[in-house]
Design a protein around this ligand. Structure first.
Ligand code: NAP
Length: 321
């Protein structure tokens, strides 16, 4: 027999957006259920030091921050469930979410906070050097490379913005791109080309991320020219992979409106999706800011939007009686 749980509000995802939505919803008396997904805690559990989340003077650890958010969400009345939603049916009311566990969740409203994941090149040496000099977020980790040589890989808006951002910390930034032209917006390209501390390596790909020392840290990149096939070493202590993100929206294809990059579309200035009663927050709907604090901010908005929606539903039901 299928196990079935009914709730007024289901929150999908356990990053800063999901937990913040749950905290606000629980404090509004909605007794939400939060379904954690495959990576409880989200992207912050794969970073270590966090120095830009307000309220903490000292460096804090990403996994610790997420444990605290979970504890706070539970403390105020959220039921946190370790399950992964395998399918959704948003054509029914209440909405139906089916977990890998076989449980069916019936929810009057849903907040989607399933996040996004940075894309990586997929080299074993890249995987090995993650957290030892290889990162996918200059805003998060750039500060740790003050006065050091760094590189950014990619040619889109993110790569160019990250290269420009890194000049706040480094006097030697190299942008490495696989083609001979960038896809970033022209205004960003102009700023990049005009910057005296940024070099560009065109038609180049990473052959190897090179570590050294004890404890091991990034000491360079072996870069292969796509024109000549020649491999040369670029000495850097930080490498930022900026080749795009993938929002976790496979589950919603055909059910909810997505943009051309696969992000959930929301009405401007709100977290409302094209389906009444379904809200989206955090990196799954934000391709620009992608910070823990902005995700938490939109998580709060989603809870407030959901609460308003549920109150209106209740009022209509009472009026109809
Ligand atoms: P993107 O536009 O998809 O660009 C990814 C870049 O990485 C491209 O230059 C691509 O090269 C390169 N790349 C992809 N796979 C690669 C691989 N395996 N090896 C080497 N290079 C690879 O991603 P994004 O820059 O993260 O931007 C995503 C979306 O967010 C875009 O719509 C962007 O406009 C938007 N965004 C906007 C802002 C803003 O408005 N301020 C800021 C950030 C992002 P090719 O060019 O050769 O394909």
């Amino acid at each position: 027999m299928t196990n079935s749980i009914s709730t007024r509000l289901a929150v999908l995802g356990s990053g800063p957006a999901g937990y913040t939505a749950a905290i606000y919803a629980a404090r509004a008396g909605l007794s939400p259920i939060l379904i954690q997904g495959i990576t409880p805690g989200g992207q912050l559990t794969t970073t270590t030091d966090v120095e830009n989340y307000p309220g903490f003077r000292d460096v804090i650890q990403g996994p610790w921050l997420m444990e605290e958010m979970q504890a706070q969400a539970e403390h105020v009345g959220t039921k946190v469930v370790w399950d992964h939603v395998a399918s959704v049916d948003f054509s029914r009311r209440p909405f139906v979410l089916t977990g890998d566990s076989g449980t069916e969740y019936h929810a009057d409203a849903v907040v989607i906070a399933t996040g996004a994941q940075a894309k990586y090149l997929g080299l074993p040496s890249e995987e090995h050097m993650k957290g030892r000099g290889v990162s996918a977020c200059a805003t998060c980790d750039g500060f740790f490379y003050r006065g050091k040589k760094v590189a950014v890989i990619g040619g889109g808006n993110t790569a160019v913005e990250e290269a420009l951002y890194l000049t706040n910390h480094s006097h030697d930034v190299t942008l490495i791109h696989r083609r001979d032209s960038l896809r970033a917006e022209k205004i960003l390209q102009d700023r990049l080309f005009a910057h005296p501390n940024i070099n560009i390596l065109w038609d180049s790909e990473i052959a190897e991320f090179v570590g050294g020392g004890d404890p091991e840290a990034l000491i360079g990149l072996d870069i292969k020219s796509k024109l000549t096939g020649e491999v040369s070493r670029l000495e850097v202590e930080g490498a930022f992979v900026a080749i795009g993100h993938k929002p976790a929206t496979e589950l919603f294809v055909g059910q909810i409106e997505l943009d051309g990059d696969g992000y959930i579309k929301v009405a401007p200035g709100s977290t409302k999706t094209n389906i009444e009663g379904i809200f989206a927050c955090g990196d799954v709907m934000d391709k620009i800011y992608r910070q823990a604090v902005t995700a938490a901010g939109t998580g709060c908005m989603a809870a407030l939007d959901a609460e308003k929606y549920l109150a209106a539903q209740e009022y209509e039901a009472l009026a109809a009686e």
